[in-house]
Design a protein around this ligand. Structure first.
Ligand code: ATP
Length: 424
């Protein structure tokens, strides 16, 4: 273990040393498990810690969090806890357990178990290794050959029922295989194909499915992830109507570029959900009703559903208008303002036309930040009765301002007065 730990950042070494001390003092053997040993051996840089404890994980977490003066979130039902250290670091602590799945995709029946049982309940051999945190025995515990599979670049399940027990492992298998450019061990591949064919994915709880899909879309190359998923049986478990074509994958590539452009040109811009842009692109040939159905089926939040619906507003007419050289800033603003940021990035991905791209960039860089110097209060003082008329007047004044026809507050007020008389 020493060899692997040598190059870790100081704060991670400190955390591991502290966990060792807590393990000794509480007399509870503890292990680093899951993605941490895997990524440490691979030399990847993802330092979330996953600790499993023989004894009582929550108690162990309480002692550790006191020493660190950190926030602790307890999940009593699952016997697990999470320490939140700063924005980048998370420590998950659990008690060693065994799991039995009464039926396909059901919640497992969980009971205390040995370390071996805890490692056996995991998804793949590469995720089923442990580093002991006990003094003197800091070696890798590798009962199922995870290290050899890592070296050979293989994704291998621990037993034949793995995908049936928990079909989300089908998506996890693809995710890791694509992320590390690994191969499926032949038996695992045939079990995976069989599981897809048997429709096991359709039995998964929608929220779990949503979480796993989001993780796929958050990988470096979502396009490759979904392509592989399609090659291994398709995405009909999301919806029968979903049939990704070459155009969908081309769109994914274009989205990669647009997201990179957006992040570079607007580094301080408000957060946006990159995964949702890819997901909306996957749904791009579907009707609004079909999209809403999928959003509900996967238990997307209201906010996420709103963004998916916003992406549906992108149609040929919309695109044609933005390609027109003669469209005014006011018209661009009126078209784009109602869209969510995700929809705007998706929109910029659908065409290479330079005029079209410039119009969207102008909206983001200039028009969207422009503010009028008049407000509803000014309209009220003019004697306009509050109501939908306010928005209509202010929109028209803003359009005139964007189009360069007004340059100060006096001119804005004058136009507002005129519009107040003409607009009903
Ligand atoms: P990532 O780098 O994507 O975070 P990870 O391996 O850390 O990968 P987590 O989802 O955080 O992934 O899970 C931590 C560990 O829990 C995994 O390494 C694996 O051992 C186990 N695990 C997670 N999900 C499952 C599952 N569905 N079935 C079995 N074991 C799982």
């Amino acid at each position: 273990m020493k060899k692997y730990l040598k190059n870790l950042p100081r704060e991670i070494k400190f955390l591991i040393d502290l966990a060792k001390k807590v393990s000794k003092e509480t007399d509870m053997p503890a292990y680093l498990v899951g993605g941490f040993p895997r990524d440490l051996i691979l030399g990847a840089k993802d330092w979330d810690l996953d600790i499993t404890v023989e004894g009582n994980g929550i108690k162990f977490a309480e002692v550790l969090s006191k020493r660190l003066n950190s926030r602790l979130i307890r999940h009593e039902r699952f016997g697990t806890a999470t320490l939140i250290l700063d924005h980048r670091l998370k420590v998950d602590i659990a008690t060693t357990r065994k799991e039995i799945y009464p039926s396909c995709a059901s919640l497992p029946v969980v009971s205390p178990g040995s370390l071996k049982e805890d490692l056996f309940r995991r998804d793949f051999t590469i995720n089923a290794m442990a580093f002991s945190l006990s003094e003197g025995s800091q070696k890798l515990i590798d009962i199922f050959g995870g290290k050899d599979d890592l070296a050979a670049g293989k994704i291998r399940v621990l037993h034949d029922l793995s995908f049936k027990d928990d079909p989300t492992r089908i998506l996890r298998a693809i995710r890791f295989q694509q992320r590390y450019n690994f191969k499926f061990e032949p038996k695992t591949l045939s079990l995976l194909k069989e599981a897809v064919k048997s429709g096991f994915l359709e039995k998964v709880n929608p929220h779990r499915m949503r979480d796993e899909l989001i993780l796929m879309f958050k990988e470096k190359d979502p396009s490759a992830q979904i392509k592989q998923l399609c090659a291994l049986g398709g995405v009909s478990f999301i919806s029968d109507e979903l049939k990704p074509a070459k155009a969908t994958f081309d769109l994914f590539k274009s989205i990669n570029k647009e997201i990179a452009w957006f992040m570079q040109d607007f580094p301080f811009h408000k957060q946006f959900e990159a995964w949702l842009i890819y997901f909306a692109a996957l749904l791009s040939r579907l009707t609004l009703t079909q999209r809403k159905k999928i959003a509900r089926k996967l238990g997307l939040s209201k906010k996420e559903e709103k963004k998916i619906i916003s992406c549906h507003k992108i149609n040929q007419n919309f695109i044609r208008r933005l390609k027109n050289k003669r469209i005014t800033p006011g018209q661009i603003f009126a078209l784009l303002k109602p869209l969510e940021f995700e929809a705007i990035i998706l929109l910029r991905s659908v065409s290479r036309d330079s005029v079209f791209k410039k119009h969207i960039a102008d909206f983001l860089k200039v028009y969207n930040d422009l503010r009028l110097s008049i407000s509803g209060d000014d309209l009220f003082r003019m004697g306009v009765l509050p109501g939908p008329k306010y928005q209509k007047i202010l929109n028209r004044v803003l359009a005139a301002r964007l189009n360069g026809k007004l340059s100060n507050r006096q001119e804005e007020l004058a136009l507002a007065r005129k519009l107040a008389k003409n607009i009903t």
